[in-house]
Design a protein around this ligand. Structure first.
Ligand SMILES: N[C@@H]1[C@@H](O)[C@H](O)[C@@H](COP(=O)(O)O)O[C@@H]1O
Length: 260
């Protein structure tokens, strides 16, 4: 696990976008793992800039979103399919038909989850996955006590997560109770995971993720088992890390040949 502590959200976005750009340049048909929430926004801003100003090419790439609300119309502005389209896909030259989300409107939700797993596998697996983190340590919508081996499935949201996400809706009553999410085991199969977190409200979750015991009570801590996880946080989100000075030292003295 590499922990990178940077000044602010903009720097975090730039560093995470650089990892995406490196993957795309090495493998133009890369499979990108996409996430919603406010944390990845600066990453998408920087990817859009790299596309516009430096010609970063997404034309052969494809994408898979982490999760989706159950029951929201596909064109609802807060469905995660809409959010990914608005925040990312519409701003670069990716083929929108190759940007996928779990089908939260399916009549048979379990079949939709199985189909999503099969689609990720058929695409060759996710090359690089961007992740945010919930205040309770969730990744995707894998709430505390999720199976750490889980695959894409239906989950019920914690009230805290519904409250956290209510800012995107007119009222909390509109936030769905159920979601489809890639499982923890699914996320763990991405070849490179880049988790971004900013702001003091994420400090405890980041501490649990990096330094806590591996526990389903802080699902992100499972990334301690991932062979290539890059955790990029700002100073505020790093404020509960016990070994922050060590992570800074490692990063500042990184040999030029070592990438994240
Ligand atoms: N399903 C998403 C997660 O993927 C995201 O990481 C989390 C945090 O969002 P934010 O970055 O807005 O704090 O929100 C939602 O629960």
């Amino acid at each position: 696990m590499e922990v990178v502590i940077l000044k602010d959200a903009r720097e975090v976005g730039r560093a995470a976008a650089a990892a995406f750009a490196a993957t795309l340049r090495r493998k133009p048909d890369a499979v990108l793992g996409l996430a919603t929430g406010s944390s990845p926004l600066p990453v998408y801003d920087e990817l859009a800039r790299l596309h516009a100003e430096e010609g970063l090419d997404f034309s052969k790439a494809s994408g898979f979103a982490l999760d989706e609300y159950v029951g929201l119309p596909e064109d609802h502005p807060e469905s995660y399919a809409s959010v990914i389209r608005r925040d990312f896909a519409s701003r670069v030259n990716i083929d929108q038909a190759k940007v996928h989300s779990p089908d939260g409107r399916a009549e048979d939700l379990e079949a939709a989850c199985a189909a999503y797993e099969a689609a990720i596998e058929a695409a060759g697996g996710v090359d690089i996955q961007i992740l945010g983190i919930g205040t309770d340590g969730h990744i995707g919508f894998n709430e505390p006590a999720s199976s750490l081996a889980s695959r894409t499935r239906i989950k019920t949201l914690l009230e805290q997560t519904r409250k956290d996400n209510a800012r995107f809706f007119d009222s909390i009553d509109e936030v769905p109770h159920h979601v489809l999410t890639q499982g923890v085991g699914t996320i763990m199969q991405a070849r490179h995971v880049v988790l971004v977190a900013t702001g003091a409200t994420k400090a405890e979750a980041v501490h649990g993720l990096v330094e806590g015991p591996v526990t389903a009570m802080c699902v992100a801590s499972v990334l301690q088992f991932h062979p290539r996880a890059t955790i990029i946080v700002d100073e505020a989100a790093a404020s509960s890390l016990r070994l922050a000075d060590y992570y800074r030292h490692v990063h500042d003295n990184k040999p030029a040949w070592q990438q994240y």
